[in-house]
Write a protein that binds this ligand. Structure first.
Ligand SMILES: Nc1ncnc2c1ncn2[C@@H]1O[C@H](COP(=O)(O)OP(=O)(O)OP(=O)(O)O)[C@@H](O)[C@H]1O
Length: 256
């Protein structure tokens, strides 16, 4: 077995409301290893966001344990998080948004300008550092959010439907770039989506959640190549179509 970045054992979560307790997630066990790109897919309301909040430590599970790199999760440490909305600081330039994340990550001031350039280059925005956040497109804003999440060089990146608000073409381009984030092997990504296409394209492993409370209905390795093939070839391949069919059937069968 490889190194566990995240380990969930017997995790369950319920929300307390005026009317009583709403079971949202689990019980579930899941181990995410370095180099894995795990996409969690499930119907609306199946607990995908709850799952990410529990993994990140923003929410304590009602029962069970979560370990990130062997320790209880501390929000903001060990992980980077990308949300559906980029949540950039509008009073700062693109570069300063990343500079702030670097400051929070404890990167010395003198090293920050160089790191800002590196991170912007990594997400394909090399020259946009001086721009204001409202002067760039939605797709570019989400790229800045990804650069910001990578600033602390987290071993685990959590992504909560990050492309849901983007147009189809921008979404595909971002998917192509994000797919490479685990290539170097020491990072893991956990990405939640309700899109089967997105899951099959991005994942090295797909986890399908049941309807609420979300439990693991299917945990499937994705045998599609991760290099040496263009995105169009991959999306057009018979293996991609077969897997998409299998996952779509699983998602349909758990939706009520
Ligand atoms: N703060 C809360 N209080 C009470 N119930 C909640 C709360 N947050 C979520 N829930 C309920 O828990 C369940 C899981 O919600 P969650 O947002 O995790 O699902 P999801 O799979 O991310 O949904 P979607 O795909 O629609 O974003 C839902 O039925 C939701 O109504």
């Amino acid at each position: 077995m490889g190194e566990a970045l995240a380990e969930l054992v017997g995790v369950e979560h319920s929300y307390r409301t005026k009317g009583g307790s709403v079971p949202a997630l689990g019980p579930l066990d899941l181990r995410v290893e370095a180099g894995e790109f795990v996409v969690v897919v499930g119907p609306s309301g199946s607990g995908k966001s709850t799952f990410l909040r529990v993994v990140s430590g923003f929410e304590h599970p009602t029962s069970g344990t979560v370990r990130l790199l062997g320790r209880p999760p501390v929000p903001g440490r060990d992980i980077g998080v990308v949300f559906q909305q980029p949540r950039l600081f509008p009073w700062q330039t693109v570069g300063d948004n990343i500079g702030t994340a670097l400051r929070w990550a404890g990167v010395p001031r003198a090293d920050r300008p160089q790191r800002i350039v590196e991170l912007l280059t990594q997400v394909g925005l090399g020259s946009l550092g001086p721009r204001r956040t409202w002067e760039i497109s939605g797709g570019q804003q989400q790229r800045v959010a990804i650069a910001r999440a990578l600033a602390a060089q987290p071993r685990l990146l959590l992504m909560d439907e990050p492309f849901a608000a983007l147009d189809a073409m921008t979404r595909e381009r971002l998917q192509e770039d994000v797919r490479t984030l685990t290539d170097e092997g020491s990072r893991g990504v956990v990405f939640v989506t309700h899109s089967v296409d997105e899951a099959v394209f991005l994942a090295s492993r797909i986890v399908v959640l049941t309807d609420r409370p979300g439990r693991i209905a299917l945990d499937l390795p994705v045998p599609l190549p991760r290099s040496g093939i263009t995105a169009d070839e991959l999306r057009g391949s018979a293996e991609y179509a077969a897997l998409r069919g299998e996952v779509a059937t699983a998602v349909r069968s758990v939706a009520v």
